[in-house]
Design a binder for this molecule. Structure first.
Ligand SMILES: [Zn+2]
Length: 102
């Protein structure tokens, strides 16, 4: 039977805390040996211990994703804004000097 990665990920915090049943433990270990993704997940959880691994992992993963997304968006936005401001500024200068000259 192929176990779904989502189920394993749900069980991983219990496994890390050592509170899951023996059967779950065996199932997780078996899956991890075959699934590099969940293995990586488990490794991360071990690093993040000991405080509330479920919530912490979720929150951190989510916020890192969010931050990098926002950051990319912000970079692009400020780049566009910078170009626009430069253009407007150049235009103002151009008009200003044009009026002064004539
Ligand atoms: Zn998996």
């Amino acid at each position: 039977m192929k176990i779904d990665c989502d189920i394993i990920k749900d069980l991983l915090p219990l496994y890390v805390d050592g509170v899951c049943s023996q059967k779950s433990k065996e199932m997780i270990e078996k899956h991890i040996n075959e699934c590099p993704l969940c293995k990586e997940e488990l490794k991360l959880m071990h690093q993040e211990l000991p405080f509330n691994p479920i919530e912490k992992n979720l929150n951190e993963a989510e916020s890192v994703k969010k931050i990098s997304k926002e950051w990319k968006k912000g970079m692009f936005k400020s780049l566009i804004e910078g170009i626009l401001i430069t253009c407007v500024f150049a235009l103002i200068l151009f008009i200003f000097f044009d009026i002064k000259i004539s």
